[in-house]
Design a protein. Structure first.
Lengths: 101, 104
């Protein structure tokens, strides 16, 4: 039993900021950052629960989210305007962006 | 970066320096540790999951993480996990290590 995907390809999303210490697959460098859904990857057992020895259910939708480099890094060495980073992020870490960017 | 890193594995955005890929063959004990994990996690035993191994590696702490390489971290994390799950206890592990050292 899985939930229908909340986002579709192209949807603008923002990664939630959570100062949590448990195992999670969402790296800190994307938290709070905005990107868009590159694709829906399917539904998978929740790694945050699996890491605690639990069954990881219910399954959680997973997306590949594309971020522009400039959205992630402020350092001077980022000069590639047309470059991006894709990170696979579970649905419970994503929220809809109200405005396009 | 508004969110603090949660562990030594959370590297994105750090200065990487020069990256040197592993260019040696795996040592015998590294293959054994890999095999040991696979046996513990297989469908028949299901003693642990890869996510638990990852969490245990991340929980080693900055200092231990930095001082050990890839399969050394696996080894330390597996030890901690097996003790936490009461598959082995510390005394049992230490006794076995001492015996192996003596027979060397």
């Amino acid at each position: 039993m899985t939930m229908a995907p909340k986002f579709k390809q192209g949807d603008p999303v923002q990664v939630c900021e959570r100062d949590v210490t448990y195992h999670r697959r969402t790296p800190s460098y994307v938290q709070g950052r905005r990107g868009h859904i590159e694709r829906f990857c399917g539904a998978f057992a929740n790694p945050e629960l699996l890491a605690q020895g639990r069954d990881g259910l219910p399954l959680i939708n997973l997306y590949r989210v594309r971020f522009e480099q400039a959205e992630l890094w402020t350092t001077a060495e980022v000069d590639a305007d047309d470059d991006s980073v894709d990170v696979e992020i579970y649905e419970h870490w994503l929220r809809q962006c109200d405005e396009p960017f | 970066m508004s969110i603090a890193k949660i562990g030594p594995h959370d590297l994105g955005g750090d200065d990487a320096g020069k990256v040197s890929p592993l260019s040696r063959d795996l040592q015998w004990w590294e293959k054994r540790i890999d095999a040991l994990y696979r046996l513990l996690a297989d469908d028949r035993r299901m003693i642990l999951k890869v996510d638990e191994l990852r969490a245990a590696i991340e929980a080693l702490g900055d200092d231990v993480y930095a001082r050990h390489d890839y399969y050394e971290r696996w080894t330390l994390a597996l030890r901690n996990l097996l003790v936490a799950k009461q598959v082995l206890d510390e005394a049992e592990i230490e006794t076995r290590i001492a015996a192996l050292k003596q027979n060397r």
